[in-house]
Design a protein around this ligand. Structure first.
Ligand SMILES: [Zn+2]
Length: 467
């Protein structure tokens, strides 16, 4: 009795009351190397305490048996609407960024999402959409007309550069480029976009010009552009461009890094790609470039494999198609490489698309950590949180407070069960929530709780300073 009274007396003096405490989880922080049972105190959307001793809070999550990781940061997330943010959250993603394609209207994009989103969001200014606007391309998302197939005039190149500069001034995270979709864009035009990025200290997020055997030259183009202009580069989905040549591309990137060029890359952990059938990716000659045929294509709307006849028919109407073309050894080589990050390249439309949209991050933890042992848990978490944060933090200083578990960091956290975490989405049924992701916090607010999605608007913009 007397002891209890003493405790009550001392509590207000000795223990701070947090908004929320996360009790007894296995906290893994890839920056400090911490991997130990800890208690987290969260207030005001920030991690205020990382403690070996228990903490008191107005609310608590029992994290016994769970891994507590920094929330996953997806550098390549085309799906930027309520539907996609739900699948991202259930896959442990707290920040989803559209950096490869990007947008032309940066301000409008951010304004539309303000205080509306479940998770954090951000965008680059994209050469593809800017070129589509300047050249009046009729395509939806990817070009199908002049922006794909016509060389730009000097005036059009200057206008593209002006719009890229403008997007950067409005706080775009980086510059997106995708020469495989704009094959008529000259190397000089691409250099102009790199110059714009370099001028603003922005990273170029690039889908290189070709694939397979031609990916070696395609990678050389962007490495040379980086060396000439000083713009850092992040090469999108190394495996779906490299295909069987992925190990060679990894060697080239290691060499570029050894020469002090600022270059990084990513992959999604799948052996199939996805793209738009009406895009320039499927211009004549695609079979030899990609090393596949009609039967390797799977129509997302129905799950059917294609034939010459159905390919021609669907290319006229347009839509999403899966390409079964990435060798498993390419995925293994890339995922094991220390400079390769994890990014989904996902985007569902009304539940249709590629399983990477919903399952990328849980698949890494379930398949490549637990089942195959290709990655340690620490290394996997580093590739999915700290590395992407570090990639962006020079231009977006707020990223210094993401991807880490330490006092003062944003309380973006993912709590998962390492024994059961797994992807559930498939090529035939891509809109399936991952399993084993138990809690997800965005800026201190639970958006996944006890394995169930909550609605909310906890997401905040990831944006470079507006000029
Ligand atoms: Zn791409």
């Amino acid at each position: 009795m007397r002891a209890a009274w003493l405790f009550l007396l001392l509590t207000p003096l000795s223990a701070q009351q947090y908004d929320l405490v996360i009790r007894g989880g296995r906290v893994i922080d890839p920056q400090s190397g911490l991997d130990a049972i800890r208690h987290l105190g969260i207030s005001g959307g920030k991690i205020q305490a990382v403690s070996a001793a228990p903490l008191e809070g107005r609310a608590a999550i029992d994290a016994t048996g769970l891994v507590v990781a920094p929330g996953f940061i997806d550098l390549h997330s085309h799906g930027q609407d309520a539907e996609n943010y739900r699948y991202k959250a259930m896959d442990g993603v707290t920040t989803a960024l559209e950096l490869e394609v990007g947008v032309a209207d940066v301000k409008g994009w951010y304004d539309k999402r303000k205080n509306q989103t479940l998770i954090n969001y951000g965008v680059s200014v994209g050469h593809i959409p800017v070129r589509m606007r300047v050249m009046r391309d009729p395509g939806d998302f990817l070009p199908t007309g002049d922006a794909a197939h016509r060389a730009a005039t000097d005036d059009e190149i200057a206008e593209c550069r002006r719009q890229i500069d403008q997007g950067l001034a409005l706080g775009a995270v980086g510059v997106g480029l995708g020469m495989h979709y704009t094959p008529a864009a000259s190397r000089w035009e691409i250099l102009e976009m790199f110059r714009a990025a370099a001028h603003s200290g922005a990273v170029c997020f690039v889908h290189v010009r070709s694939a397979g055997a031609e990916s070696v030259a395609a990678l050389e183009e962007v490495v040379a552009a980086s060396a000439l202009t000083g713009a850092p580069i992040h090469v999108a989905h190394i495996t779906s461009n490299g295909l069987g040549y992925t190990p060679r591309l990894l060697t080239m990137i290691a060499e570029a890094r050894a020469r002090k060029l600022d270059i990084s890359t990513e992959l999604y952990p799948y052996t199939a790609a996805m793209s738009a059938i009406e895009s320039a990716l499927f211009d004549p000659g695609w079979e030899s470039v990609l090393g596949i045929g009609y039967h390797d294509l799977q129509w997302t709307a129905t799950g059917e494999r294609l034939t010459a006849e159905s390919f021609a028919r669907y290319r006229r109407t347009g839509g999403g198609v899966i390409l079964h073309m990435i060798p498993p050894a390419a995925v293994e080589a890339a995922i094991a490489s220390p400079f390769v990050m994890i990014a989904s390249d996902g985007g569902l439309r009304n539940g249709k698309g590629h399983p990477r949209s919903a399952g990328t991050f849980a698949r890494v933890l379930g398949h490549y950590v637990r089942e195959t042992g290709t990655l340690s848990l620490m290394e996997a978490i580093r590739k999915m949180s700290l590395m992407p944060a570090e990639r962006l933090q020079e231009r977006v200083p707020a990223m210094r407070n993401k991807g880490r578990i330490r006092e003062g960091a944003d309380a973006d956290l993912t709590l998962f069960d390492p024994a059961t975490v797994a992807d559930a989405s498939t090529y035939e049924d891509p809109a399936k929530y991952s399993i084993g992701i138990r809690y997800v916090l965005v800026n201190g607010t639970p958006v996944v709780s006890d394995g169930k999605l909550r609605e909310g608007t906890a997401g905040r913009p990831v944006r470079a300073p507006v000029q």
